[in-house]
Design a protein around this ligand. Structure first.
Ligand code: ASP
Length: 309
């Protein structure tokens, strides 16, 4: 029997002082909820889904209720989940009204033959299975969206300078607070899950890394599990979650996470965080953003939570 472990994160980026305590308590609650399920003998898939639901329902995080808004002020959330035992996994994108996008991703993984569904049609699948709906667009995010738009109009370029030029010729400070979870259960089965409102002021229709297997997340019992946060375009172009898992063939979870972030810094600059879990139940955390809010629980170390690695 393997000793269960869970690691969750609440997003890479710049966590303002005013939100740090709430972020840390949110990741602790999510990790504790997932770990309790693992201790009861439940699967790692159940544990990561439950941990992510906890964070989707917590408005401090940019996922589910509390998702950031795109350029025109709408929620278009993404989520992904992967089972390391079967190497089946799936994502959903452009979700507007499903209360827990992670549960919709699990439905796609378990009930369909597909690995990615988007938009209204994806949400119809959720309706058919009775997934609850909710208004994911919360007043605080509308306020932040107005402020971010104002900054953009004043010329603050953020992570998407080309979009700004495009918007100016035709016509947004980014990042943060995405959530993710990785777990290993007592059978040694690994799983990963993530969920996000995406980057704020993204163009409508933009899909990030979170629902894309290999980019936003990856899990394979033979090597390990990883989930990324930060600028999704970096994670997709460098396929960071799969390549980090591959690195765990010879490196520990922490070594693989650090190696990936060093590689990203050299090749693409700042804007990425990653958490990892290897087959031995060791976790790793690395980021080149100011913060990465995370919590992990193992039998030996108990609950650990931090805003840095
Ligand atoms: N990776 C997410 C995205 O690009 C955002 C984040 O992690 O904060 O959609």
């Amino acid at each position: 029997m393997v000793s269960p472990t869970i690691i969750v994160h609440g997003g890479a980026g710049d966590w303002p002082k005013s939100k740090q305590a709430a972020g840390l308590s949110g990741v602790r609650e999510a990790a504790t909820r997932g770990f309790r399920l693992l201790q009861q003998g439940k699967s790692s898939i159940k544990a990561v889904e439950a941990a992510v639901i906890e964070m989707e329902d917590n408005p401090v995080f940019n996922a589910g209720s509390g998702s950031t808004l795109n350029l025109v002020g709408d929620v278009e959330a993404d989520a992904g989940i992967m089972d390391g035992k079967t190497r089946r996994g799936a994502g959903v994108a452009l979700v507007r009204r499903t209360k827990n996008p992670i549960s919709l991703a699990r439905l796609v993984m378990e009930k369909t033959d597909h690995a990615l569904l988007a938009g209204k049609s994806a949400e119809r699948l959720g309706e058919a299975f009775g997934l609850p709906k909710a208004n994911l667009k919360l007043p605080e995010r509308v306020y932040q969206w107005k402020q971010a738009k104002r900054r953009m109009e004043k010329g603050v370029l953020g992570d998407f300078p080309r979009n700004l030029k495009l918007i100016r010729s035709k016509g947004q400070s980014i990042l943060g607070d995405t959530v993710g979870a990785l777990a290993i259960d007592q059978n040694g089965d690994l799983a990963g899950a993530d969920s996000t409102g995406g980057v704020s002021l993204k163009l409508p229709g933009r899909i990030g890394d979170s629902p894309i297997l290999g980019a936003g997340l990856y899990a394979d019992n033979r090597i390990g599990a990883a989930t990324a946060t930060g600028v999704g375009e970096i994670a997709m172009r460098l396929v960071v979650s799969k390549s980090t898992c591959d690195a765990m063939r010879s490196l520990t979870a922490q070594q693989a996470a650090s190696q990936t972030v060093n590689m990203v810094t050299k090749m693409a600059g700042r804007g990425l965080g990653i958490v990892t879990l290897d087959r031995k139940g060791r976790y790793g955390v690395a980021h080149n953003t100011p913060h990465l809010c995370w919590a992990g629980v193992t039998k030996n170390r108990g609950l650990v939570s931090q805003l840095h690695r």
